[in-house]
Design a protein around this ligand. Sequence first.
Ligand code: BES
Ligand code: MN
Ligand code: MN
Length: 453
Amino acid sequence: MTNYLESNKERFLDELLALLRIPSVSADSKFKDDVRRAAEFVKEKLAAAGLDKASLYETPGHPVVYAEKIVDPNKPTVLVYGHYDVQPADPYELWHTPPFEPTIRNERIYARGACDDKGQFYMHIKAIETMMATDGLPCNVKVMIEGEEEVGSDHLGTFVAEHRDMLKADVILISDTSIISNETPSLEIGLRGLSYVEVEVTGANRDLHSGVYGGAVANPINVLAKMIASLHDDNGHITIPGFYDNVVELNDDERAELAKAPFSLEEYKQDLAINDVAGETGYSTNERTSIRPTLDANGIWGGYTGEGAKTVLPSKAFAKISMRLVPNQTPDEITTLFTKHFTSIAPAGVTVKVTPHHGGLPYVTPVDSVEFEAASKAFEDAWGKKPIPTRGGGSIPIVALFEQELGVKSILMGFGLDSDALHSPNESYGLFNFYKGIETIPYFYKNYAQLKR
Ligand code: BES
Ligand code: MN
Ligand code: MN
């Protein structure tokens, strides 16, 4: 196995670079054909790795790629999930090298999707190829790579429900999360959920002269800014009535367990060039980004933002707002609470509209399972260290749906770093992480085949 990996290293990397050259941005219809091209590329590589039935499945959005290798119906089955779509690369001018012309600098691959998630799911295809070309597959494997994760996986729930038999598995294996550092491997055991809304505040029926009308007519931007500011109190608590009602509070032991993960506040601040952190009183930085829910404006616009100055009292102001959820909050409940509250705080003189976007449920992986043990041991085998269980802050909406629709739990065996700049300019993925991942994954199959009897 090590020999195969060593002698095919260059090719594995070249293939990933070719995939990274395809701008598969799911959010922007301009890239629709490129998204399909990426799907075709993945399908071909799955077939080339030796998997059967490699095909594209159409959805009302972007296609799902699927392939499988059933070696023995009596062996356990692993379903690998990943996404070949990427976030928009904007703002392009902040990239040191173009986002879709992957470049290797300082032992890192720089490109949009390098870590999230092309570099990460591609490790699985190469690990499967390596196992098949050497000792054989210890488990059956099914691979499903979707093209709409970055836009909320809207069509994947239906796809999964309609292909229950095809997707039947004992465990779902996903590399789309982070480890603490290359010296401290970790396994994420939780994901936050998401509720995403867009709000629109309307004042007068048209933009007005801010001298002629200013002072007498509500300014939607002023109003929106005040409304958004009121959503947190001075302790960083969210003020929406009922928002915390279903939040599962961790007990002291659980909090102490999570606090064991090494963390340097100084390095954290330095990395982000901030002079202090900010958040909910009574919780550590790690807790604020994992076991606590949040509310953030992601974008705000309205009025005149062009060059120079224009004296205008705008008719409308908008914002996109996301709320990260924790067990047992649900996107439906939180979206309803938000809408009710936000409309109720609108002052006289404006009207407010709330439009829900996508959402997703939070998820927690049980650690007392053979699945978790197989993953934990895989890290020990490949890294010589036991991984630290961590609760992650990001969201992968399909994970909770997998459990609902298939009754199967997911293992979040990601190899990225938070500093890989996912969704930011200059996203990168370490060559070390790419190769180490390919080395670690086969241990999971080996351990799982032994443990699951
Ligand atoms: N891979 C990320 C999620 C992630 C990143 C989890 C790092 C844990 C650590 C995923 O591609 C993602 O970006 N998800 C979106 C949700 C989606 C509905 C847009 C997110 O978390 O914003
Ligand atoms: Mn991802
Ligand atoms: Mn992402």
